[in-house]
Write a protein that binds this ligand. Structure first.
Ligand code: ZN
Length: 186
């Protein structure tokens, strides 16, 4: 079990286009170790997703795992652990939906981001097998947030109204709807 240091905004690695991985590389012991480090780090930090560049590895792999019990985010449905290599994303429904987002690489802040409602992602799984997923709603936002990390983007780039960018305490005081709880960090 290795919990890695999560790179924070300002680290140039977070702004690089990560490298796609070959099938051999995906199936290698080195990558199994990388995935375990990513899982350990994500769990330790309480995230619902993590991308390799966030722990300093500029390769196209990201994880998503939502435990709806743990995040207590009413929009979040649980997902099994999803391992995504070399994703290609296209938009299915261009209509925008907004969620408050947070990020392990931008600690302490929450920002409201609008993104397309449904996307299609073609990727390779941990067995290097091609997969397709068409998430919608909150999960579509989670995918888009995580995939952005592989292409050098952070959620703060996508905020349409920067005046609402908040520290968590102020977010909870001024922006959180009474029935909601703190959204998960990604
Ligand atoms: Zn993030």
């Amino acid at each position: 079990m290795t919990i890695k240091k999560v790179l924070r905004m300002g680290h140039p690695t977070l702004r690089e286009l990560a490298k796609p991985m070959s099938k051999e590389e995906i199936l290698s012991d080195e990558t199994k170790e990388l995935l375990q480090d990513m899982i350990d780090t994500m769990e330790a930090e309480g995230g619902i997703g993590i991308a390799a560049p966030q722990i300093g590895i500029s390769k196209q792999v990201t994880l998503i795992a939502i435990d709806s019990e743990q995040t207590r985010y009413e929009e979040a449905e649980s997902t099994p652990l999803l391992v995504i290599f070399n994703p290609v994303i296209t938009t299915i429904n261009e209509e925008l939906q907004g969620f408050w987002e947070g990020c392990l690489s931008v600690p302490g802040l929450r920002g409201y981001v609008q993104r397309p409602k449904q996307v299609r992602i073609e990727y390779l799984d941990q067995h290097a097998k091609p997969q397709v997923i068409e998430p919608e709603g909150f999960l579509a936002t989670v995918f888009q947030h995580e995939l952005d990390h592989l292409f050098g983007a952070l959620y703060i780039d996508k905020i349409s109204d920067i005046s609402k960018l908040s520290y968590i305490e102020e977010f909870e005081q001024f922006w959180l709807e009474p029935q909601e709880e703190t959204p998960p960090r990604e």
